[in-house]
Design a protein around this ligand. Structure first.
Ligand code: AMP
Length: 209
């Protein structure tokens, strides 16, 4: 089953994808995670995208699409996958349609006030990508990952100026995908204001598993 998770930054796509991938036994492919991995490893791609990402802008479509085409060509995608953070523009959606058929586009719905609250409190463990929230999902020890003991970080693009920019980018470039996929009959709205476990339950129901 090929699934796309659509929705504003901070709607919980990454958190829910980590649960959903266990349920469906398919890989979770997050373009943001792949870019962050490249930055961490100092690759050429990482150097190319670092400043764009820190500002909250979008990496150019050609760079992103090539990376996704490559990733979807790997063997572990043969039973399906969860795409998180891709596509983010109509051009990316058109490119995806030349790579594969998508079964469901799950549209995470959440109001703006809650998005800002979630993003500004988000912290993560750099090496594992594990996500926390300082109020709703704090680590056992403040600022420290529960399992690795490493200090938690705040993403540069979760700082106030970048959050504002990411929301503008989302509205201008990504929101039009809601209509695009609705017209194709693939869109399912998911209430993202509830707990990750409840979001997961509504997804399982929606995809008939
Ligand atoms: P995310 O982890 O999905 O919030 O993505 C973090 C950042 O990575 C975004 O703000 C963009 O700078 C970049 N990025 C991730 N996915 C894409 C994409 N599909 N197209 C362009 N840029 C992306």
């Amino acid at each position: 089953m090929n699934i796309v998770l659509l929705g504003p930054p901070g709607a919980g796509k990454g958190t829910v994808a980590a649960l959903l991938k266990k349920e469906l036994d398919v890989p979770h492919i997050s373009t943001g995670d792949i870019f962050r991995e490249n930055i961490k490893n100092g690759t050429e791609l990482g150097r190319k995208v670092e400043a764009i990402m820190a500002s909250g802008g979008l990496v150019p479509d050609d760079v992103t699409c090539e990376m996704v085409r490559d990733r979807l060509g790997k063997d572990d995608t043969s039973n399906g996958y969860i795409l998180d953070g891709f596509p983010r523009t109509i051009a990316q959606a058109e490119a995806l349609s030349t790579i594969d058929d998508i079964d469901y586009v799950l549209n995470f719905v959440l109001d703006e006030e809650e998005i800002v609250r979630r993003l500004s409190g988000r912290r993560l463990c750099k090496s594992t990508g594990r996500i926390y929230h300082i109020v709703t999902n704090p680590p056992k020890k403040e600022g420290i990952d529960d399992e690795t003991g490493e200090p938690l970080i705040q993403r540069d693009d979760d700082k106030p100026e970048a959050i504002r920019h990411r929301l503008e980018v989302y509205k201008a470039s990504t929101e039009p995908l809601i209509g695009y996929y609705k017209d194709k009959g693939l869109l399912v709205d998911i209430d993202a204001s509830v707990s990750p476990e409840d979001v997961l339950a509504s997804i399982i129901k929606a995809v008939g598993r």
